[in-house]
Structures are given as C-alpha cells and as structure tokens.
Design a protein around this ligand. Structure first.
Ligand code: ADP
Ligand code: 3PG
Ligand code: MG
Length: 393
C-alpha cells in the first residue's frame, strides 16, 4: 500500500510540493472549457492547507514548445482563488530565485501555483538536474497527478525519487476504484470499447476478455474486428497490422464462452461526398466509410447494458466530434447513465464525449486519466506510482 497524504504528519510550516494534472481542455483563444481536473485535485490541496502546510502546486498544461501565453497557468490560479478559501498566489517560473522568494514569504496554509512545467524542455526529458532544483523548493512531495502518472517526467518521476513522498487523495481514489473494478467486478461485467487506435488498446482488450462477461466493440475499432471475422467494411478505417490480434481476441472470447458483440449496422458516408450525406446500412460495400454504429447496434448494446452489474467504457462509438455521428455515443451514454450497474468511463475522448452528452452526472466514476487509465488497467500500476514510498506498518 502506498503512503498517502493522510500518513504525513507534522505538516505545519512544511513546504509540500504537490504535482497535479491541470491539463484541462482549452478553446482556440486559450479559454478553459472544463474544470473537472482542477475540481478533482482540490481535496488534496485543501487538506494540506488545513494542516498548515505551505502548499506549492505544480502542473503541465498542453504540449507547448517553449513559452506560450495561452498555456500559462496564471488563469488557473484565478480559478483556484475562487474555489479555495485560503490565500492563493502565482509564480511565473517553476525554479530559480523568484520561486524561492515567493515560497519564503508564504504563510502556513497558503497555496502557491507555479508556472506550466512544460515551458521547460527539461520536464519531459526527465532531467534530474531540473528535478533536483524543483525538489530543493520543498520538504515533501505529494503526487496527485494520476492523469500523467504514466509519463516519467522530472516533476513527478524525478522529484519523487529525491523527496520523502506520498500519493494524494485523487490518486488514491483512482487507484482503488480502478483496481477494484478489475479485481472484484460485479457481474455481468460489460465492457464497451470504441475509439480509433486499435494498436494502443490490444493489450487491455486481451485482459478484458479474461475478466468480463460481455465485450462490445464499436467506433473505428470495430472495422478491424469485422475484417478479422470476414465481414466487408468498404473503405472504413482498418488497422491491417492488428487484424491478427483481433482474430486472437475473437478466438479467445469463443474459447472462454464470453459474448463478443460487433456492430450489426452502420451509419456511413460515401467516399468523396463533400456533403457527407449519411446512410444506415447493414452491410458496407465499395466506397462506404463507417462513421457511427447504427440503430440496430445501439439496441443490441443497450440490451446488454440494461442487464449489466458493472460497466467499463472506453472510446467513443463514432466520430462524435461531428454532430452527424454522435448518436451512437450519446445513446450509449444515456443507456449507461440509466442502468443500475456500477459504471466507469475512462479515456480522454470518452470522458469528454460523455460530458458533452449531458449524462456525466449519472456515471458512477469518471476517471481523470486518458492514456494513464488504460495503462493502469493493463499493468495494475504506473511508473510514477511505483516510485512512491510504501506505507509504514
Ligand atoms: P479515448 O481518448 O477515450 O481513449 P480514443 O482516442 O481511442 O478514445 O478515440 C477517440 C477518437 O475515435 C475520436 O476522435 C473519434 O472521432 C474517433 N472515432 C470513433 N469512431 C470512429 C469512426 N467510426 N471513424 C473514425 N474515427 C472514429
Ligand atoms: C492527459 O491529458 O492525458 C495527461 O495530462 C497527460 O498529457 P500528455 O499526454 O500530454 O502527457
Ligand atoms: Mg483519445
């Protein structure tokens, strides 16, 4: 068991560095579209502040190449000021004299947000000199950034190897919920996987076949599986290098007596049709491109969802970003929300699609991780969790 922030004692006056994942979606003007990741990190920050620690918060935002004003964390400090009752300050550097001076004048219980870690190329390079400079700012390190815990970067992987450390409350919640969902699933365990990139999901699909009762595949993923079962998919996206993997997964489901459901009808467009006129077909031919699951498939999936004890969903079932092709994803979101099953949604696009659908409030657990969630489910841990100290018994 990893040491958590609650295991840290005598925090009054201590400088605690807290790594969070404030990598929130921005619009083209740099405005924040959704504050979930900020909200989810508040309990750890509040707890440390209430214990009298000087709380130094750090995060990345986006993938900037050098300084980009749109990706400054300054606007997030304004949100923190609104949401926290303690004093909140901002420092427009991460390391160096300015950061040191700002920390020196902090009172117990104050919060200081540092600038975007990724304005420094040393962050993603996991430069240990940079990690040491960050570590020199504080007495203790708390990792609450589940969403980026699959990346070995200086501020998480590096700093954890230097300072006494613990995981934060969000990290703990993600770990216990996801571990429990894989180790003690409520049956029937229904898994829905969609999205685009088959190669990044093969490993987790193989694991899901072992533990779930029903596996439903939609989105662009489905066409590779349809090809693997000898069904024509017209000009839809197929990951030819993964057809053999898909065949193995289909075979494994058969051998284990698991239900594996693929789409039985499709919303398609014709290649080259600039107006993108959509049709519903049972069989795709020639120049048809699948963009969403069809109404019969929705019904088929809804039936399984209704009878489920637990649901895990990753990956939109169609090109949900386009109004024309969001029906499958939205109807499945509604069905998952209305089912009495314990429901978990994980994945960057999946969570954002569910939020857009308006049913997010009825999902039991929305993971804050994208790639991190799938990696955690695959491996049962993440590199940045591994470097955190164990609880002292
Ligand atoms: P997540 O981030 O939740 O893990 P992915 O990144 O795997 O999900 O997949 C999301 C992407 O999959 C979305 O951009 C969506 O448009 C795309 N997608 C889903 N269905 C289709 C389809 N039929 N054709 C093309 N792209 C699709
Ligand atoms: C995420 O949004 O998945 C995390 O914040 C990690 O971001 P990254 O993929 O840019 O490392
Ligand atoms: Mg994605």
């Amino acid at each position: 068991m990893k040491r958590t922030v609650k295991d840290l004692v005598n925090l009054k006056g201590k400088v605690v560095l807290v790594r969070v994942d404030f990598n929130v979606p921005l619009d083209n003007a740099g405005r924040i579209l959704d504050t979930t990741r900020i909200d989810q990190a508040l309990p750890t920050i509040k707890y440390l502040s209430e214990q009298g620690a000087k709380v130094v918060v750090m995060s990345h935002l986006g993938r900037p190449e050098g300084y980009e004003i749109r990706k400054s964390l300054w606007q997030i400090s304004l949100i923190l000021m609104e949401k926290l009752s303690c004093k909140v300050y901002f420092c427009n550097t991460v390391i160096g004299q300015e950061a040191k001076d700002r920390i020196k004048i902090m009172q117990d219980g104050d919060v200081l947000l540092l600038e975007n870690l990724r304005f420094y190329p040393e962050e993603t390079a996991c430069d240990m000199k940079f990690a040491k400079e960050i570590a020199s700012l504080g007495d203790l390190y708390v990792d609450d950034a589940f969403g980026v815990a699959h990346r070995k970067h200086a501020s998480n992987y590096g700093v954890a190897r230097i300072l006494p450390n613990a995981i934060g409350l969000l990290m703990e919640k993600e770990m216990t919920t996801l571990t429990d969902s894989m180790e003690n699933p409520k049956h029937p365990f229904v898994v829905i996987v969609g999205g685009a990139k088959v190669s990044s999901k093969i490993k987790i699909l193989k694991k899901f076949v072992e533990i779930c009762d029903t596996l439903m595949i939609g989105g662009a993923m489905a066409y590779t599986f349809l090809v693997a079962s000898g069904v024509a998919v017209g000009n839809s996206i197929v990951y030819h290098e993964n057809v053999v993997d898909a065949q193995e997964i289909i075979k494994s489901a058969e051998e284990k007596g698991k239900k594996l459901l693929l789409p039985v009808d499709h919303v398609v467009i014709r290649e080259g049709d600039k107006k993108k006129k959509k049709f519903v077909v049972d069989k795709m031919v020639d120049d048809m491109i699948g963009c969403d699951i069809g109404p019969k498939t929705i019904e088929l999936f809804e039936k399984e969802i209704k009878g489920a004890g637990q649901i895990f969903w990753n990956g939109p079932l169609g090109l949900y970003e386009d109004e024309k092709f969001k029906d499958g994803t939205n109807k499945i979101a509604k069905a998952v929300a209305q089912s009495s099953a314990y429901s978990i949604v994980g994945g960057g696009d999946s969570v954002s699609a569910v939020k857009k659908s308006g049913y997010a409030g009825k999902i039991d657990f929305l993971s804050t991780g994208g790639g991190a969630t799938l990696k955690y489910l695959e491996d049962g841990s993440l590199p940045c969790i591994d470097v955190i100290q164990e609880k002292i018994r």
